[in-house]
Design a protein around this ligand. Sequence first.
Ligand code: KG4
Ligand code: ZN
Length: 340
Amino acid sequence: MSSQNIYILGIESSCDDTAASIIHNGRILSNVIASQKIHEEFGGVVPELASRAHQQNIVPVVHQALKKAGITKDKLHAIAFTRGPGLMGSLLVGTSFAKSLAYGLNIPLIDVNHMQAHILAHFIDEEGFNKPSFPFLAMTISGGHTQIVEVTSHFDMTVIGETIDDAVGEAYDKSGKILGLGYPAGPEIDKRTQTGNPKAYQFTKPKVSGLNFSFSGLKTAILYFIQREVKANPNFIEENLNDICASIQYTIIGILIDKLKLATKQTGIKQIAIGGGVSANSGIRQALKDGEQKFGWTTYVPKFEFTTDNAAMIAIVGYLKYLEGNFAEQNVTASARLKI
Ligand code: KG4
Ligand code: ZN
């Protein structure tokens, strides 16, 4: 199959972002996202509201992606969509839309695993960003995911560690809620960390064996710590906010890096690629850089717009699958708990 002039539309609707992207061969021509502000007032994603917003957003978002790419829909060679994992009501909107459009245009349909897409986003052609070579370790860290995956080839991946409860982004957001910060709290905690003392307060790291993670105990420890301190001094949070944030971040990054160190030791693989919204974090970025010096790691952080939930990562997987002739049937169904 010629790989010379392929246009693919990618559609992402697994959580609270409605996104569409056009890829031309391996290069992204447009990457449009409608984020749903509605959830902010609830401090988390409300599934029913999310699927309703997807329904409102999907047509304009796809339209805009085509327009920004400067192509019309008859130029498309295939439609790629997120099949799972994610919220069922949200996935259904993207899945039905992709199926109808592929059927109407009489072009192949390509199902994409959202977790694979976070990893394969590293294979988008983008100036200034190198692609990892195989094998490498991928760590996906966001509000919904925390996984370490051993990647042997584009579609040969094994999850070697994952969270047994909260995702790392949730640890940030729930800690932020305890401190009275807005949602999502990750960026603000990261910002305040810059002027805080990371060793001001100690939180015990969870004891989870192997490469799995746990963050719910940390959240409870922070909650009890804050309750205790506020009882003694009602202004404790305001007076020490940056130090509290820095200490929380120090603990969280320590947990991630400990597991990465163990993963590189167990697998002998020293190439590490990260993805997901938390990869924007300055602490993890610095720790990876340090790892290059200290442990001989080679690390990859994708362009920010390809790390949070987006459709460019769905489009690149669509392109890679298209090259292999790996298409979905019209009767494919969304799968909320789809595994890698
Ligand atoms: O990938 P993403 O946009 O959405 C999903 O959760 O799938 O990730 C959002 C998460 C939120 O939990 C947010 O607090 C966290 O990423 N986040 C950060 C930073 N920027 C975003 N966490 C720590 N530091 C940051 N700079
Ligand atoms: Zn995601």
